[in-house]
Design a binder for this molecule. Structure first.
Ligand code: DX5
Ligand code: ZN
Length: 218
């Protein structure tokens, strides 16, 4: 599967005008909604939880790509399935039994994603890559929007792309953090399929145009 998508991260949306921002994404060329869940333990920040996601799901008309930055994600797999998540991504660093977690996500009817922190080598996925629908490479340290893109990500994308090919897997590569018009093209050229963009989209003067701009680049 080779698709190039953009997934605006609602973390950078205006929470007092969430419905407005969701409708903007609905009417845009964006492909997915990226939804960041933080627990204040795995990452040093708390974002939002179930009631807010329930409200988002009511209005969002595109794929819900949920990124869990939480410890013990297994406890909430069914809850996120019930909320309407299409893709559920857990952190490699938060899972002791990653293989079991991936199977549980799929059993609950969702696509299974694994996120890697910037310091985590892609080699840790060698023995389970064929079980993973999506790998989210963190190009910032998770926890906050608006951080600077870590340049080492390019070589990780290439290495992951090679691993996926070598293992004949169909895994999609997603990049999350600091994505903008300066790195988007190089990221897809290195093998990325989905670009998450928070601040670059929502803090721009014309988010619709910004989404289009990135789509044109990729
Ligand atoms: C970071 C989150 C990202 C974040 C991206 O912990 O996982 O999804 O919202 O935001 P920007 O694009 O502003 O770096
Ligand atoms: Zn994210």
């Amino acid at each position: 599967m080779s698709e190039r998508k953009i997934a605006p991260s609602l973390l950078a949306a205006d929470f007092a005008n969430l419905q407005r921002d969701i409708e903007m994404v609905n009417s845009s060329k964006a492909d997915w909604f990226h939804i960041d869940v933080m627990d204040g333990v795995f990452v040093p920040n708390i974002s939002f939880g179930m009631p807010v996601i329930k409200a988002i799901a009511k209005h969002a008309k595109k794929t819900l790509d949920v990124h869990l930055m939480i410890i013990e994600p297994d406890r909430y797999i069914q809850a996120f399935a019930d909320l309407g998540a299409d893709i559920l991504t857990v952190h490699y660093e938060a899972c002791t039994h990653l293989h079991r977690t991936l199977q549980a996500i799929k059993l609950a009817g969702m696509k299974a994603g694994v996120a890697l922190n910037p310091h985590t080598n892609i080699a840790v996925l060698e023995d389970c890559i064929t079980d993973i629908d999506l790998v989210c490479l963190m190009s910032v340290n998770p926890g906050f929007g608006g951080q600077s893109f870590i340049e080492n990500t390019y070589s990780k994308v290439s290495a992951l792309s090679k691993l996926i090919k070598d293992k004949k897997a169909t895994t999609l590569i997603e990049i999350d953090g600091g994505v903008n018009d300066e790195n988007a093209k190089q990221l897809v050229e290195a093998g990325a399929h989905i670009l998450v963009a928070g601040s670059f989209v929502f803090k721009s003067t014309d988010p619709l145009k910004t989404i289009q701009q990135i789509k044109d680049l990729i």
